[in-house]
Write a protein that binds this ligand. Structure first.
Ligand code: PAF
Length: 280
């Protein structure tokens, strides 16, 4: 696997590859890689000649400094994992390389998608995500880019950004990868205590029950039911639960027959924030 730390080096390498008509698949990450990330890389490998993974803990998308400082950093293990699945290129730039000395976000208009769910609780988060993804797309210029559906709102926002900016890249959303007990894989899971980790499959259990209970007219009751599940819980505090339209991400009050919906949840285990979602 080739490892590049500068824009110049990776651009020059990829330019040569493109001149040879090779297609580029791209998996942007913040490192602390797990099987969910690796599943994206494997998918990208099947459909492209060269797969590039970036590892960059992007400061502008963290609304809390503490969360940025505590974000797990495991570059040696990440490199080994990527080597083990024959990833072609790792891009691992420094903050200065990406932002120079101006660690600031561009301001985006995602047609309202940014004001829903995560946007209500993490001010500036999606401007940060938009900024880094656009920057990385400019550097790597991939044919296809792969994102997990665990961050479903992020996925929809990136699709919107690509459409609005007419970027020449196909965005591929990939299914959520779960541990055997149902917990959605996340780099943050490694920060859970033993007790929190053991209890965490509860989140997906609740979502699965919601999927079973979801009917045409019971959305208010369902919301109350979920809130009650968490009120009683010794480890988890519910930040939000909502049933939303997959396209607009707007919370719904009534179910319509020709639309697709998802239930979205954000939960705190102590200071660690976990999100998950399920197709209804
Ligand atoms: O999902 C992530 O890991 C990050 O938000 C991303 C897309 C790599 C941008 O920093």
């Amino acid at each position: 696997m080739k490892i590049f730390n500068t824009k110049q080096e990776i651009k020059s390498y990829l330019t040569t590859q493109k001149e040879e008509h090779k297609t580029i698949g791209f998996v942007p990450t913040m490192g602390a890689l797990h099987q969910g990330h690796l599943s994206l890389v494997k998918k990208a490998k099947k459909k492209n000649d060269i797969v590039v993974v970036s590892i960059f803990v992007n400061p502008t998308q963290f609304d809390k400094k503490e969360d940025l400082t505590n974000y797990p950093k495991t570059i040696e293990n990440d490199t080994q994992l990527l080597e083990s699945i024959s990833c072609d290129v790792l891009f691992f730039p420094s903050v200065e390389e990406i932002y120079d000395h101006h660690i600031l976000s561009e301001k985006f208009d995602f047609d309202g998608l940014e004001h829903q769910m995560e946007g209500k609780f993490r001010p500036g988060h999606f401007d940060g995500v938009g900024t880094i993804v656009k920057t990385l797309f400019k550097i790597v210029a991939p044919n296809k880019a792969y994102f997990g559906q665990k961050d479903f709102q992020q996925l929809q926002i990136i699709k919107k950004m690509v459409r609005k900016n007419r970027l020449n890249v196909k965005i591929k959303g990939c299914p959520i990868f779960r541990e055997n007990d149902g917990l959605a894989m996340s780099s943050r899971n490694t920060r859970l205590s033993e007790e929190q980790r053991a209890a965490a499959p509860f989140i997906y259990k609740v979502l699965k029950k919601v999927r079973k209970k979801f009917g045409p007219e019971n959305i208010i009751e369902l919301n109350e039911w979920v809130e009650n599940q968490f009120k009683k819980h010794p480890f988890f505090k519910l930040e939000y639960f909502t049933i939303a339209d997959e396209k607009s991400l707007e919370t719904i009050k009534n179910r319509e027959s020709n639309k697709k919906y998802r239930a979205f949840i954000a939960v705190f285990a102590g200071k660690i924030r976990l999100i998950d979602n399920i197709r209804l």
